[in-house]
Design a protein around this ligand. Structure first.
Ligand SMILES: C[S@@+](CC[C@H](N)C(=O)[O-])C[C@H]1O[C@@H](n2cnc3c(N)ncnc32)[C@H](O)[C@@H]1O
Length: 268
């Protein structure tokens, strides 16, 4: 019985499982490129393609500071640091994910560019106006209070900064099958239609720039697996239960119940 969000996600031995799989696949694990982790460390619909959409929406560059909220084991944070040149901080509720994020970042030689901290999206451990931009990928489905979540993303972002949210949203009413990748049961699952996010953002004072639905990417992600699978996968992150969670998410996408949406906002 899973008692919390952290318990759903966390497990011992994440880095060991990933490193072992890479070693078995013939990689020199003392000399790894960050990209090789992409199958396991980008835990959102579309994987790298989803991260690229976020990277093109976020407006930062060298000398700027970006916060990735609900960073998981840090895949998007590392990619955003490499692709934008900004310094990136990741924050996540699950201690085992934060530990793995720190170890993997060290393993790929990026510790000077990206750092990580345990913390909650609804009570971020940062002062007001700390970051030039804030991203959040596939986290809001675990958070009931969208107003508080948006308020916190806004609070830590400087004036004129961008807030980019890429989340699984409800596209059509209907019962979702569980376990889902973000929750084993409905108890910790709060996906909402995109309008709910936009309302919460407005109540936090954010200016809405755009929302784009990436349903086609979701259909491709679940129905057209790559011809050659990557050396590591979300199974190494979440264990064997990932198969059922992925099948359920794919079924919900195919039924048109859920869809990933990229929302971009600006702090006035
Ligand atoms: C589906 S994973 C996505 C991870 C990462 N953003 C990515 O795209 O690879 C959801 C993440 O949200 C984190 N999370 C859930 N609720 C949270 C909260 N209230 N505050 C911070 N992190 C949270 C989980 O621990 C998990 O790492």
């Amino acid at each position: 019985m899973v008692e919390s969000v952290e318990e759903h996600y966390g497990s011992e031995g994440i880095v060991e499982r990933i490193v072992q799989a890479l070693s078995d696949a013939g990689f020199d694990t003392n000399n790894l490129d960050a990209d090789v982790l992409a199958g396991a460390d980008e835990f959102h619909i579309g994987g790298r393609e989803g991260t690229l959409h976020v990277a093109s929406a976020v407006d930062v560059g060298p000398g700027k500071q970006l916060l990735d909220v609900g960073c998981g084991i840090g895949g998007a944070a590392r990619f955003l640091a490499r692709s934008t040149g900004a310094s990136v901080t990741g924050v996540d509720l699950t201690p085992e994910f934060v530990e793995a994020a720190i170890e993997l970042t060290d393993l790929v030689g990026m510790s000077g560019l990206v750092d990580f901290k345990v913390g909650s999206a609804t009570d971020l451990p940062f002062l007001d106006d700390t970051f030039d931009a804030v991203t959040m990928l596939h986290v809001g489905m675990n958070i009931e209070d969208k107003n508080q979540m948006m308020h916190e993303l806004t609070r830590v972002c400087r004036p004129q900064g961008t807030v980019v949210v890429y989340d699984v949203t409800i596209a059509k009413a209907g019962d979702l099958p569980y376990p889902m990748p973000w929750s084993s049961t409905p108890q910790f699952s709060f996906p909402e239609p995109v309008a709910k996010y936009e309302e919460a953002a407005a109540s936090a004072g954010l200016q809405h720039l755009s929302s784009s639905d990436h349903y086609d990417l979701a259909l491709k992600f679940f129905n057209e697996p790559p011809a050659s699978p990557p050396p590591v996968s979300l199974g190494h992150l979440m264990g064997p239960r990932m198969l059922e969670m992925r099948d359920n998410a794919g079924e919900a996408v195919n039924q048109g119940l859920i869809s990933p949406v990229l929302m971009t906002f600006q702090v006035p």
